[in-house]
Design a binder for this molecule. Structure first.
Ligand SMILES: NC(=O)c1ccc[n+]([C@@H]2O[C@H](COP(=O)([O-])OP(=O)(O)OC[C@H]3O[C@@H](n4cnc5c(N)ncnc54)[C@H](O)[C@@H]3O)[C@@H](O)[C@H]2O)c1
Length: 316
């Protein structure tokens, strides 16, 4: 019998890519997604899509799956700052519901947490053993604290019911299908979009804050191995790159690579924006026998090609 997978948030950037991998492996996929942060449908016709908020999808309690991947969330800061309660709901009620279905199904449950659980870290590159420096009631808490709460819920289901729980913390993944537009656009697609359209690149604050970036194919490979690796049951893993780059250098690099005449302008710093962030991914490298294969430049080129093509076809 074909295996069955439920993916919450499956119509988004990362969800749609992991679904391609699942379909390629002969798995039947069901998505629950309210299309709140993704625009048009991004998954193939054979995927069953239930269009509603994950926290309301109680009818799924009657269904059984082999894998449950809980990705539904609002990960873009401008978006979650405007929608704090909706952001929390996918991580409290939504996570609880997905865990209940995993328990009833005896499924493997994979949760995409985030590097934001570390807040403004005192240790960089950040290992999983670092517990974080997070303001529990600050403006970002609707996202970072609710992700931390989801991790606690998942571990409580593991300890209470023995659910097979796997928690990953992605660090700034980018590539084709990531949203580039307006306030929702995350930094790489936003900068590329601004550079290609000759608009100024908008850097929050002085731009000396650092991040590390992972191309989506490396994320898919790590996540797929994580799902199937028997010794990874119960693990919490950083999935990211340790190559740290300042936001201002990233902006300059994108201007150079696109050949754009855009200038850089500085906008108000984001409140509680972490100053540095890069992954210590030693644990994932060892447990999954995985490492990032795509360089930042190659990933940027491939994302630029995708955005150029979208522009040429009038899809922006
Ligand atoms: N991309 C990254 O760099 C990154 C980094 C860290 C963590 N993550 C996590 O990975 C997951 C996927 O992120 P992404 O980059 O694909 O984002 P995305 O915005 O492209 O996808 C999220 C999807 O979830 C859906 N969604 C949002 N709230 C929902 C709700 N309440 N009910 C149902 N669907 C809902 C959206 O419509 C969208 O399709 C998220 O959990 C995010 O927190 C991503």
């Amino acid at each position: 019998m074909r295996e069955k997978m439920l993916v919450s948030g499956g119509n988004g950037f990362l969800g749609s890519h992991i679904i391609d991998m699942a379909l390629g492996n002969g798995i039947d996929v069901t998505v629950v997604d309210d299309f709140s942060t993704s625009k048009e449908r991004q998954v193939p016709k054979e995927v069953e899509v239930i269009q509603k908020p994950v926290e309301n999808a109680r009818e799924l309690l009657d269904r059984r799956f082999d894998f449950i991947l809980h990705l539904a969330a609002r990960p873009s800061p401008e978006d979650y700052l405007r929608n704090p309660l909706r952001t929390i709901d996918s991580n409290d009620i939504g996570t609880r519901l997905m865990l209940e279905i995993a328990r009833l199904s005896n499924a493997t449950f994979l949760y995409t947490s985030t590097s934001e659980v570390y807040g403004d870290p005192a240790v960089v590159p950040i290992p999983e053993s670092y517990f974080g420096n997070v303001n529990p009631n600050g403006v970002r808490s609707c996202y970072d604290e609710s992700k931390r709460f989801s991790e606690a819920l998942a571990k409580a289901f593991e300890r209470t019911y023995g659910v097979d729980v796997r928690i990953e913390r992605p660090f700034n993944v980018f590539g084709p299908r990531i949203r580039e537009d307006g306030f929702y656009g995350r930094v790489i697609p936003r900068f590329i979009d601004q550079a290609l359209s000759g608009q100024p690149l908008t850097v929050h604050g002085d731009g000396l804050q650092t991040r590390s970036y992972l191309f989506y194919t490396d994320w898919v490979n790590a996540t797929w191995k994580f799902l199937y690796e028997p010794s990874a049951k119960g693990a919490v893993l950083n999935i990211g790159s340790s190559e740290e780059i300042t936001v201002i250098d990233l902006a300059k690099r994108i201007i150079r690579m696109t050949g754009s005449a855009s200038e850089i302008i500085h906008t108000k710093p984001r409140e509680e924006d972490p100053k540095r962030r890069a992954a210590d991914s030693a644990k994932a490298r060892e447990l999954l026998r995985w490492k990032p294969e795509v360089s930042l430049d190659e990933g940027l080129e491939r994302t630029m090609d995708w955005l150029r093509e979208k522009r040429e076809h009038g899809k922006l």
